[in-house]
Design a protein around this ligand. Structure first.
Ligand code: FES
Ligand code: FES
Length: 148
C-alpha cells in the first residue's frame, strides 16, 4: 500500500506494508536521525513530531499516519543550536539519545515552557544512559532561556 505524508515540509509517498512501523519506514527512507532504542515506547530515542506533537515512532503504525505531517530532527532548524549547547555542556557523550531529546525540547520551546522544573517533567520520557541528566539540563536551560 502507499501512504502520503508531509515529512519535514516535503510531500512524500512511501510504499509500505500494513504492519510497518513508522520508525522503520522513516529510516528506510533516509531519516537516520530517528533511532531505535527500547522499541516499546519507553525511552524517547525515536521521538518525532506527528502533526506538531511528539510521539515515539516505534509505537506508531505507518499506515495510521497517512495524510499527516511528520517532523524529524533533519527538518528542525534550531536543532543545531541545541546540539551545540549539549556538546558544550558535555551532554553529548555517546549521543544516541540526542535526536529524540532535541526534538522533544524544541517542541517545549515552541510551547513557551516557563521553568526548568516544568521542562524536566515533560522530558522524563527521554532516557539517557550516559549523562546522569545534569549536563543535559544545563544545556536545555540555556536553550529554553528559563529559570530553575
Ligand atoms: S525506541 Fe521508541 S520509545 Fe524507545
Ligand atoms: S548521551 Fe549516551 S544515551 Fe544519552
Amino acid at each position: 500500500m502507499k501512504i502520503n505524508l508531509i515529512v519535514n515540509g516535503e510531500k512524500k509517498i512511501f510504499e509500505i506494508e500494513p504492519s510497518d512501523i513508522l520508525l522503520d519506514v522513516l529510516r528506510k527512507n533516509g531519516y537516520y536521525s530517528v533511532r531505535r532504542g527500547c522499541d516499546t515506547g519507553m525511552c524517547g530515542i525515536c521521538t518525532v513530531l506527528l502533526d506538531g506533537k511528539p510521539v515515539p515512532s516505534c509505537s506508531v503504525y505507518a499506515a495510521r499516519v497517512d495524510g499527516h505531517e511528520i517532523t524529524t530532527l533533519e527538518g528542525i532548524k534550531e536543532a543545531k543550536e541545541l546540539a551545540t549547547l549539549l556538546a558544550e555542556e558535555g551532554a553529548d557523550q555517546c549521543g544516541y539519545c540526542s535526536p529524540g531529546l532535541i526534538v522533544n525540547t524544541i517542541y517545549l520551546k515552541n510551547k513557551n515552557i516557563k521553568s526548568m522544573e516544568e521542562a524536566k517533567v515533560k522530558l522524563i520520557g527521554n532516557l539517557c544512559r550516559c549523562t546522569g541528566y545534569e549536563s543535559q539540563h544545563r544545556a536545555i536551560e540555556k536553550f529554553l532561556g528559563v529559570k530553575k
